[in-house]
Write a protein that binds this ligand. Structure first.
Ligand code: MEV
Length: 350
């Protein structure tokens, strides 16, 4: 029911790079220099939510994540005057920086440098503009989406189409700047833009969704700083490894069971698995009163199940809802203080 879609089989990786190089050749002029696209190139990437297994996935347990296409990051690259180099504009933040002078760990510049190094092309004279409708620090993968859109747009501008595995690997390097010790699930689900079953260090597996299901994503409006929260969990795990490993094991078992339910279209069973996963996240200490309120509210209003999603403490929660109850549950979430509610239907994509 599931099919393997990702690396790290080295042969596949080199094939992907080879294909990328071939794509560059199409834009190469007589002098053998890479030629830039004469027109603006635009790319976008979705947000994401983790359905099962956040935090446990950092410790090698399985997790499930899905793209959220209702919110997206976009990057556009346009030619600029000769000698101007690459200027990166973050339009939402009103910030502009030149690649030549940006600090090494500035995430947008780091993404551009990694991309140029990967495709072995010198800095182009161009303006690269990024923007995003994905709320920052909310568990929806905004950093991974911005990086993914940027990598694709810049590579495309330079005549190179990168495979999802290559994009994901580049974005993972940037995620390390954002998050310290990321599992790699965010860059994977965003770069592949498909529901995935993910185990750190293993080939990515694409999930076949047996029956589409609808999620409401409720935003607490409270920031969820992934790096800090993942760091706190690590301190707890170092203090009490047996207790934390037992929690991670249970979360991993839930993710495995959820995978079977998703693939066989047993949506009803997914709800109680979400409830169980939330309780374990509460025990892990990454929930908060607002997340718990929204989760309770969703269940009370008729959701099949609900849990926090992502690093926690703030950010978003998700509720599994039947079609005829979505409006009631959404209204209840807003009344309880959700600052935004996104509705998304999960289905097999591509
Ligand atoms: C962040 O979206 C999910 C965490 O599991 C961290 C990670 O996987 O890197 C909390």
């Amino acid at each position: 029911m599931s099919s393997r879609i990702g690396p790290p089989a080295p042969s596949e990786y080199f094939l992907a790079i080879g294909l990328g190089r071939l794509a560059i050749l199409r834009y190469t002029n007589k002098e053998g220099r890479s030629k830039m696209a004469p027109v603006p190139i635009r790319s976008s990437a979705p947000g994401k939510v983790i359905l099962f297994g956040e935090h446990a996935v950092v410790y090698g347990r399985p997790a499930i994540a899905v793209p959220v296409t209702q919110v997206r990051a976009t990057a556009t690259v346009k030619p600029a005057s000769p000698g101007s180099g690459l200027t990166i504009v973050a339009s939402d933040l009103g910030k502009s920086t030149s690649l030549a002078t940006a600090p090494r760990d500035e995430p947008l510049a780091a993404t551009a440098r990694l991309t140029l190094a990967h495709i072995s092309v010198p800095e182009p004279d161009a303006t690269l503009t990024v923007s995003s409708t994905i709320p920052i620090a909310s568990g929806l993968g905004s950093g991974a989406a911005v990086s993914t859109a940027l990598v694709r747009a810049l590579a495309g501008f330079l005549g190179c189409t990168l495979e999802p595995a290559e994009v994901s690997a580049l974005v993972f390097e940037v995620e390390k700047i954002h998050h310290g010790t990321p599992s790699g699930i965010d860059n994977t689900v965003v770069a592949y833009e498909q529901p995935v079953y993910f185990v750190r260090g293993h080939p990515v597996e694409r999930l076949t969704v047996g029956a589409p299901f609808t999620l409401l994503i409720g935003d607490t409006g409270i920031p969820s700083p992934t790096k800090k929260i993942v760091g706190r969990v690590r301190q707890g795990w170092q203090r009490e490894p047996a207790r934390y490993d037992a929690l991670f094991d249970q979360m991993g078992d839930i993710a495995d069971e959820a995978r079977r339910m998703i693939e066989t279209g047993n949506v009803g069973a997914l709800g109680s698995l979400m409830d169980e996963n939330h309780e374990l996240l509460v025990e892990l200490g990454v929930s908060s009163s607002k997340l718990d309120d929204l989760v309770e509210t969703a269940r009370f209003a008729g959701a099949l199940g609900a849990k926090l999603s992502g690093a926690g403490r703030g950010g978003n929660m998700i509720a599994l809802v039947e079609e005829d109850l979505t409006e009631e549950v959404e209204e209840a979430l807003r009344e309880t203080g959700a600052v935004e509610v996104i509705r998304t239907t999960i289905t097999t994509t591509k």
